[in-house]
Design a protein around this ligand. Structure first.
Ligand SMILES: [Fe+2]
Ligand SMILES: [Fe+2]
Length: 298
């Protein structure tokens, strides 16, 4: 039976939340804002696809896992919509990119078969534990320095992504006969995600004044010849500023390994912060206001 917990948390954001919530690391701030803008469309896609997959699954344990998975994702999507709504109120031009992102995922739903939807979700979800583990291992350098209302949204989302790291593959394996299909579609999946990210970056540079965004978002679009930029230092902090280069290289290895058909996400090492967060939640800590007690005390 599933170990996933469906947690409903009262995320609320108003117009005082700054677009650039992380002035000390504006690249990371923009990267996380991209998560907030892409998540609602992607997570709606997960909910629709997983529901369709459940119609073909008979095993009760798999059905229970799938149901808890889609419930977590639906709640993530709603929370990020609250965040983006507060930003759209300040920069109304950003509204269109949310519509465009929803339309882009709707097109994938309409034009591709269910096995592709499930492969897409399993491929992307497999990247989350390696990627978010690095971020959570360096929470002090990446999240603690930002706006105290925005950081906790990502802490919660990322620990739950790590919690349900096996779910998408469990659903994929239950419905799609070939474990290799997932690998074959990676280039197409990556192209779509990168297209969505580029859409977001162009919208940010068009509708958010330079002083408010801190950097040009389009500078973050990874082009093939610029993959090496992950290892370069620039005048601006990279999104993984403060993270040792060896950890970034290990993350890239883990990202590649996560796509292997026989890789089990359950075996991924879980960051200590995830356990700390789950324990805090179980003890009744106000995880929405993760930073508030320290700041009030200070
Ligand atoms: Fe999610
Ligand atoms: Fe997820």
């Amino acid at each position: 039976m599933t170990d996933l917990k469906v947690r409903k948390l009262p995320w609320e954001f108003d117009e005082s939340v700054p677009f650039q919530w992380n002035r000390e690391n504006p690249r990371f701030g923009i990267m996380m804002n991209a998560v907030s803008f892409l998540a609602p469309a992607f997570e709606r896609f997960i909910v629709s696809s997983t529901r369709a997959a459940m119609a073909q699954i008979t095993d009760p344990a798999t059905l229970e896992e799938a149901d808890a998975f889609l419930r977590q994702e639906a709640i993530h999507g709603r929370a990020h919509r609250n965040h983006t709504a507060a930003l759209v109120k300040q920069y109304p031009g950003l509204k269109q990119v949310l519509v465009d992102l929803d339309a882009s995922y709707d097109r994938v739903l309409k034009t591709e078969p269910l096995e592709y939807h499930l492969a897409y979700i399993a491929d992307i979800e497999a990247t989350f534990t390696p990627l978010f583990s690095v971020m959570l291992n360096h929470q002090d350098k990446l999240f603690d320095i930002g706006d105290h209302r925005v950081g906790p949204l990502f802490l919660w989302h990322f620990v739950e992504e790590i919690e349900h790291r096996s779910s998408a593959k469990i659903v994929y394996d239950a419905v799609v006969p070939s474990p290799w299909y997932r690998l074959r579609v990676i280039p197409k999946v990556v192209a779509h995600v990168m297209g969505c990210f580029s859409m977001f970056c162009r919208a940010v540079d068009t509708h958010v004044p330079a002083a408010d965004r801190g950097i040009d978002a389009c500078d973050m679009i990874v082009r093939p010849k610029r993959l090496t930029s992950l290892f370069e230092r620039s005048e601006l902090p990279g999104q993984f500023e403060g993270v040792p280069r060896t950890e970034v290289i290990t993350m890239l290895y883990r990202l590649a390994r996560a796509q292997a058909p026989n890789h089990s996400p359950a075996t991924e090492k879980v960051p200590a912060f995830a356990s700390e967060w789950f324990e805090a939640y179980e003890q009744g800590k106000d995880v929405v206001n993760w930073y508030r007690p320290a700041r009030v005390a200070g």
